[in-house]
Design a protein around this ligand. Sequence first.
Ligand code: CDP
Ligand code: MG
Length: 141
Amino acid sequence: MAGNVTFTMIKPGAVKKNYVGAILKMINEAGFVIRAMKLTRMSGTQAASFYEVHQGKPFYDELVKFMSSGPIVAAILEKENAIADYRELIGATNPDNAAEGTVRKMFACSVTQNAVHGADSDENAKREADFFFSTFERFYD
Ligand code: CDP
Ligand code: MG
């Protein structure tokens, strides 16, 4: 089922503002099925590792600090064409550029505090899902 699984996080800012329910509603209404989900918090070391592909970029330190600043909701989502469709649902990285009606347009505060993460490839979705979830925490029909 290549391309049908993606990984997301609802980031600390959106969790703190109580947007979890509203964001999950958008995810479900867009046709994604939740296969795994948890409320958890990354340490600084874990956030640095999760985002290691961005190491050295100007926003890296701020991103790691923000992503470990409070709880996040991590989830594995399934839908046909999940990676691309989820990125369309969440909108552009910078909320100023995100289309009307997208998650980031509605719930982001800034480019760093942009409400949600979405995997960008099958390979990264697998890596990111494995980062958070054991096989016992995943539920398929
Ligand atoms: O999350 P997305 O795949 O849309 O963007 P990315 O380029 O993979 O960047 C990862 C995360 O770094 C973004 O979601 C932002 O939170 C943050 N970022 C930032 O703070 N400033 C930037 N100029 C670009 C990204
Ligand atoms: Mg990315």
